[in-house]
Design a protein around this ligand. Structure first.
Ligand SMILES: Nc1ncnc2c1ncn2[C@@H]1O[C@H](COP(=O)(O)OP(=O)(O)OP(=O)(O)O)[C@@H](O)[C@H]1O
Ligand SMILES: [Mg+2]
Length: 436
């Protein structure tokens, strides 16, 4: 039986094309194979040519986007994408702002195009006080949203300063427990006996100085969330005690006779692999399985280079609000150093580096001399300034950072005149363009 077309012989495909053209603005519809299905006149205008149906996205946008990957690769993640994409059209090389949305049924993507501005490589997505451009972090945000609906025990793994506590708070704030307490305790900060009574509480007379019953953090978090930071550092005897809490949902304070029922959601965090701690005999396997019902891995900052500039700009905005220095831009040399840095302290380190720049530097441009000394260790300079910077540049930057950017003092230490220092800095690309 032949299918009837609706209306008086109007081709439904044509109808959809007209609707798309009329409603979708500057858009390209991409099928599940990553090939152009439809493109509007608006999209053609931005690209400088109409993309043929059947052209693959990899062909249409062959160059890496502002996130460092190809657009086709980004689409494969099935997450919303926002990126600046370089294109070479009849008008030469331009940048196009692309937002891509996966279609609900997995049948393809809708790309929405805009004229690209060169200033911001990625606008960033804000979620519960966290900002990112990184697809891996966007996936973390999704997982946080989902896990907040339930009551499962969560283990957040990530390096120091990567945002573990922010993730724990986000889960609490989005959960049904949001009006209950959020308690955090750092398992690495206290010796075992103190940690025990901090966590589990104690009864009056349990030990010298225990003059009254005192609830521990587990009890204090009743109706809310307990965040166990650095959980891998929990001593073995307390691990056994915590396991009992998770199994029985009751807590037994030190020296008490009766267990007290508690309604607490547990979120723990660690910078170590718990599995490796288990293998080394330092962590109980049964507790590990109880704690990591839902594991969340936070990628370190060095693995999300797209976030370095985004977060640096965020922290600069914050610094500008505090004053008195106002930073309007980051010099290309300083940016190269920031992007090549290893960020062992992750987002917290970046935040501190920007604070340092506000204190140490002057003027509206963030310069290499505004960065702390660790940026001028040989390895960083080699990776960062990529050949622009010779040993001489390294030496000048080192001395300038030692003297807090004072060029007169730096020239004296280098045994050259101020004018020579200025000339050398200019020829080495160490001056802002205004001055250079
Ligand atoms: N994605 C982000 N956007 C904005 N700020 C962030 C982000 N991630 C982390 N921060 C900031 O970085 C700092 C460190 O974050 P947080 O305390 O959550 O890290 P952590 O992993 O718990 O560190 P530690 O292991 O040292 O306890 C905080 O000031 C936090 O606000
Ligand atoms: Mg923390």
């Amino acid at each position: 039986m032949a299918r009837e077309s609706p209306g008086n012989g109007v081709d439904p495909g044509r109808l959809i094309e007209d609707a798309f053209e009329g409603l979708a603005g500057s858009s390209i519809l991409v099928d599940r194979e990553g090939k152009v299905a439809l493109a509007t006149a608006g999209a053609a205008a931005i690209l400088g040519r109409r993309p043929e149906a059947g052209t693959s996205i990899a062909e249409l946008f062959p160059e890496p986007t502002s996130t460092g990957r190809g657009l086709a690769e980004e689409l494969a993640d099935e997450l919303p994408v926002r990126a600046l994409v370089p294109v070479t059209g009849p008008r030469g090389k331009t940048t196009v702002r692309v937002r891509a949305y996966p279609l609900r049924s997995g049948s393809g993507h809708l790309l929405s195009l805009g004229e690209g501005g060169p200033s911001m490589p990625c606008e960033g997505v804000e979620f519960q006080g966290m900002l990112t451009c990184s697809p891996a972090m966007l996936q973390v945000f999704r997982l946080v949203e989902r896990v907040a609906q339930g009551d499962e025990t969560v283990l957040v793994r990530g390096e120091t300063g990567a945002g573990k506590e922010l993730v724990a708070r986000a889960i609490h704030d989005l959960s049904r427990r949001r009006n209950g307490p959020f308690h955090a305790i750092n398992c690495a900060a206290l010796p075992a006996n103190l940690l025990e009574s901090e966590l589990f509480g104690h009864a009056r007379g349990a030990f010298t100085g225990a003059v009254r019953d005192r609830p521990g953090h587990i009890q204090l978090a009743h109706g809310g969330t307990l965040f166990l930071d650095e959980v891998a550092e929990l001593p073995l005897e307390l691990q056994a005690k915590l396991l009992r809490v998770l199994e029985t949902r009751t807590v037994m304070p030190v020296g008490a006779r009766d267990a007290i029922p508690v309604d607490v959601r547990f979120i723990s965090a660690t910078h170590r692999s718990l599995r490796r701690e288990v293998e080394a005999g330092r962590f109980r396997a049964d507790l590990m399985y109880r704690l990591r019902v839902v594991p969340i891995f936070l990628p370190p900052l060095r693995d999300r280079p797209e976030d370095v500039l985004l977060l640096a700009r965020r922290f600069i905005e914050e610094g500008n609000r505090r004053g008195p220095r106002r930073i309007e831009e980051i010099s290309p040399e300083a940016l190269a150093l920031l992007q090549a840095h290893d960020w062992p302290g992750n987002v917290r380190e970046l935040q501190n580096v920007i604070r340092y720049a506000f204190v140490v530097g002057e003027g509206p441009i963030l310069l290499p001399t505004d960065l702390p000394p660790e940026f001028f260790e040989p390895d960083e300079v080699r990776k960062g300034a990529q050949g622009q910077s010779s040993a001489e540049a390294r030496r000048i930057l080192q001395v300038l950072s030692e003297v807090g950017g004072n060029r007169e003092e730096a020239a004296r230490r280098l045994g050259i005149s101020r004018a020579t220092l200025w000339r050398r800095m200019r020829s080495l690309g160490l001056l802002p363009s205004r001055e250079g």
